[in-house]
Design a protein around this ligand. Structure first.
Ligand code: KIV
Ligand code: ZN
Length: 402
């Protein structure tokens, strides 16, 4: 059994270039997409959803270029690894499916990803189709995709709000027609983790032929539950997670790749699941995506925010200086960031000041340190952060006054 087939392996399907690009204002040029796709390959993702080829000639060209280059080139930094699967999105129509295949077919491992809504609200108001018509369309379009390509993913859009028995039937039909991955998106970010778990467990138990396919989770963040829901889906048996770098995507975004991957790594003791991601590439990839989409990463964002490894309070700083695990469950270096920062501010303590001064080459006796500490606190009341330049100025003025 290869690593990818083993039961504890979670495939990471990155949709930064497709669902992520659907963030308002985040559109990218083909060159930028190619650069991100190369970074994703280096990061170790299993699948790159490169775009939606039927949506525009530009999207078609970008997907084609990624299939040609990233889908065939050796993985940067890992010459033994196979290039990632390159996937193109298609509505459940012949034209979309054929365009998607045209764009991805040059990749070593192409995938067609076709989708159709299954929830009552989408069937009645968006598609204006009956349950039976939806089933028939799924059967025909998955079969058409499978005539073209061995690797076919089917997504039941708005699965989260679909009647469970009907969802099992749709999944069974898609599997019988040749789908190799069944994705169950919480398209509008509506479910709670227990409900998401139940949805995946229900399909796993009741869909006919489910043992032949990979189940996949795709969670949106409208209620801030995208990552929690993804983890719940994996605990229920899904073995593919659809994610974006920095959690960008439609509306409030998608579940963030870096958060899911690091949750699996840090809490392997609980979940016992693995990915093929090289975490040391996370920070670099996050910065690249932020630069090319113009979407800034909030400072308090988990894993990749500027403050993710910064500590200001004296109690925390003191604890960390005694043992790093007191207040850190992972290290900045684990994700390729430049290290824990002890930020000097009004909550900081004497130990952190002494350590920073020593790093700047300044050693002081106790009375001088006490004076510098009072001066630093007074400054921190007026200013949010005390910088190294502030510290050096403060210490030299203290010394002048002596
Ligand atoms: O959120 C969603 O349902 C999607 C599908 C197209 C997979 O992005
Ligand atoms: Zn989505």
């Amino acid at each position: 059994m290869s690593t990818v087939e083993s039961q504890d392996y979670v495939r990471i399907f990155d949709t930064t270039l497709r669902d992520g690009e659907q963030s308002p204002g985040a559109s990218m040029t083909s060159e930028e997409k190619l650069e991100i796709a190369r970074a994703l390959s280096r990061l170790g993702v299993d699948v790159i959803e490169a775009g939606f080829p039927a949506s525009s000639p530009d999207d078609f060209a970008a997907v084609r270029a990624i299939a040609e280059r990233i889908g065939r080139d050796p993985v940067p930094g890992r010459p033994q690894a196979e290039p990632p699967i390159v996937c193109g999105l298609a509505r459940a129509t012949k034209n979309d499916i054929e365009r998607a295949y045209e764009a991805v077919k040059v990749a070593m491992r192409p995938r067609i990803h076709t989708f159709l809504s299954t929830s009552p609200i989408h069937r009645e108001h968006k598609l204006r189709m009956t349950k039976e018509q939806v089933i028939e369309r799924v059967r025909e379009m998955v079969a058409r995709a499978r005539e073209l390509c061995e690797d076919v993913e089917f997504s039941a859009e708005d699965a989260g709000r679909t009647e469970p028995e009907y969802l099992w039937e749709v999944a069974s039909v898609a599997i019988a027609a040749g789908a190799t991955t069944i994705n169950l998106p919480d398209t509008v970010g509506y479910l709670t983790p227990f409900e998401l778990h139940a949805m995946i467990a229900g399909v796993k138990k009741n869909a006919v032929g489910v043992d032949r396919v990979i189940l996949s989770v795709h969670c949106h963040d409208d209620l801030g539950l995208g990552v929690a829901n993804t983890l719940a889906g994996l605990e229920a048996g899904a073995r593919q997670a659809e994610l974006t770098i920095n959690g960008i995507g439609e509306r409030a975004g998608n579940a963030a790749l870096e958060e899911v991957v690091m949750a699996l790594a840090v809490r392997r003791d609980r979940m016992n699941l693995r990915t093929g991601i090289d975490p040391t590439q996370i920070t670099r990839t996050s910065r690249l995506v932020s630069a090319h989409t113009g979407m800034l990463v909030p400072p308090n964002k988990a894993i990749v925010g500027a403050n993710a490894f910064a500590h200001e309070s004296g109690i925390h700083q003191d604890g960390l200086l005694k043992h790093e695990k007191t207040y850190e469950i992972l290290k900045a270096e684990d994700v390729g960031a430049s290290g824990t920062r002890l930020v000097l501010g009004k909550h900081s303590g004497r130990h952190a000041l002494e350590k920073r001064l020593a790093e700047l080459g300044v050693t002081m006796d106790q009375p001088a340190l006490d004076q510098a500490f009072s001066a630093m606190k007074a400054l921190a009341d007026r200013k949010k952060h005390v910088t190294d330049a502030d510290l050096l100025a403060l210490v030299s003025s203290e010394r002048r006054e002596e």
